[in-house]
Ligand binder design. Structure first.
Ligand code: FPP
Length: 240
């Protein structure tokens, strides 16, 4: 893996603008999502070429369940198809595939494909590709707090105590436990907000916004984001 400090270890992307892209072409929203898969593939290839450790992609938020049934079902079917089609890419490129989010809400057939791909790639040591599915930052914080409280209550019932909460212990209850916080967050389509994404994890993340719509996002756009990142002066609240 590249040791260059200018190359981020973890890049996360809010893939936005599929619907607008489709509308501009006079097509259905799902056509935008389908074309977005090409951009997902390019982003993964680029991340492997650059030696990134982690690439996480915001594919479906907890709020996205409120979209029309047809779009939600189409997106879930697209995920199933993409996982099946990309298994060989994961194998060839030593990619570890993971899904993070509120799994209980995902359909059975998708869950089965996710488990299969996660198991198949568990031993891969190159890029870790994380698809954030049915994820939201507030959901993650609430589930972490609930699990800590449950562990405390269970320990008390045994006459024991669990360690007092600190930032590091709290992080270990988040769904992203063990994954370094993102160094760089890219959001496409000109929107400049975090939209309930990795709220805890993005405390010191550098943000990069581009007007490019996700289905048009190419390696050159990813390269421009990394170039901008390499110019940032990260101080983490300290003085240099
Ligand atoms: C945001 O655009 C995009 C999504 C909610 C879905 C992203 C999903 C994919 C690209 C599908 C494949 C993903 C994987 C990981 C295989 P939007 O619909 O909010 O666009 P709009 O803001 O223009 O309406």
């Amino acid at each position: 893996m590249t040791e260059n400090a200018d190359v981020p270890r973890h890049v996360t992307i809010i893939m936005d603008g599929n619907g607008r892209w489709a509308r501009q072409k006079g097509g259905e929203r799902l056509m935008g999502h389908r074309n977005g898969v090409t951009s997902v593939r390019e982003a993964c290839e680029f991340a492997v070429e650059k030696g990134l450790g982690y690439l996480s992609l915001y594919a479906f938020s907890e709020e996205n369940w409120n979209r029309p049934k047809e779009e939600v079902e189409g997106l879930m079917a697209l995920m199933v198809k993409s996982i099946l089609e990309e298994r060989e890419t994961f194998r060839k490129n030593n990619i570890r595939f993971r899904v993070i989010g509120h799994r209980e809400r995902l359909p059975e057939d998708l869950l089965a494909k996710i488990s299969m791909a996660e198991e198949e790639t568990a031993g891969n040591t190159g890029l870790t590709l994380i698809v954030m599915l049915s994820y939201s930052g507030k959901w993650d914080i609430v589930q972490a707090a609930s699990r800590y409280a449950k562990a405390a209550v269970e320990a008390a019932a045994r006459g024991e105590e669990i360690p007092a909460l600190d930032e590091s212990l709290f992080s270990s209850y988040l769904s992203t436990a063990g994954i370094p916080d993102p160094d760089l967050m890219i959001r496409t389509s000109g929107e400049q907000r975090i939209s309930n994404y990795m709220l805890w994890q993005c405390a010191y993340t550098e943000f990069y916004f581009t007007d490019v719509l996700w289905p048009d996002f190419r390696k050159s756009d990813f390269a421009a984001a990394l170039e901008a990142f390499s110019q940032r002066d990260r101080r983490y609240g300290k003085i240099k």
